[in-house]
Design a protein around this ligand. Sequence first.
Ligand SMILES: O=C(O)CCC(=O)C(=O)O
Ligand SMILES: [Fe+2]
Length: 203
Amino acid sequence: MDLFSSEENKQIINLELPDADIQYVDRFIDPYRAKLYSNTFLDKVSWQQDTIKLFGKTFNQPRLTALYGSEGKSYSYSGITMKPTPFTPELIEIKKRIEKFTSLQFNAVLLNLYRDGNDSNGWHSDDEKELGDNPVIASVSLGAGRQFQLKHKIVKHLRHKLELENGSLLLMKGTTQKYWKHQIPKTEKITSPRINLTFRYIY
Ligand SMILES: O=C(O)CCC(=O)C(=O)O
Ligand SMILES: [Fe+2]
């Protein structure tokens, strides 16, 4: 029995949202293997506590982060400039799997560690200029499931939410970042960690 091949069980859902191109792939990585990856990354990644400046005050980000990628690429957002660490074998494995599935290339991955439901990621778009026009964000979830919320920037009543489960892949493409914001809200229900890997292409 091959615990690691469950290609047949994959389910691809196309979120039919206006001005967006978003697919959710359930069991992109089978749940057993996803938990193994989650434990490896919890252990081996050098997680950083970044700060964020708002109205002249400095706050700790409500999660830990790390940036891995091709050498020489740096990435800035919210006033933070991150220098990537070279990809680990596990990250290369996952990157290759995504590249095969999407027929697209990625050269960096931003890792987020949500230690428990008290950690979060506020409303934002991944629209930094290094990502180019219409960036593709390939987002893998490992560990605890968390809710992902989307809201349209112009048509205020347009909102959507979905659960990002262990082993899932969320693909955001086209004009998604231009017209929509997303967030991972805090929740009292979750007491275990979740790791998110957002693969990107940095120009
Ligand atoms: O944790 C997630 O699923 C979202 C992460 C995210 O939006 C980001 O890193 O830009
Ligand atoms: Fe994001």
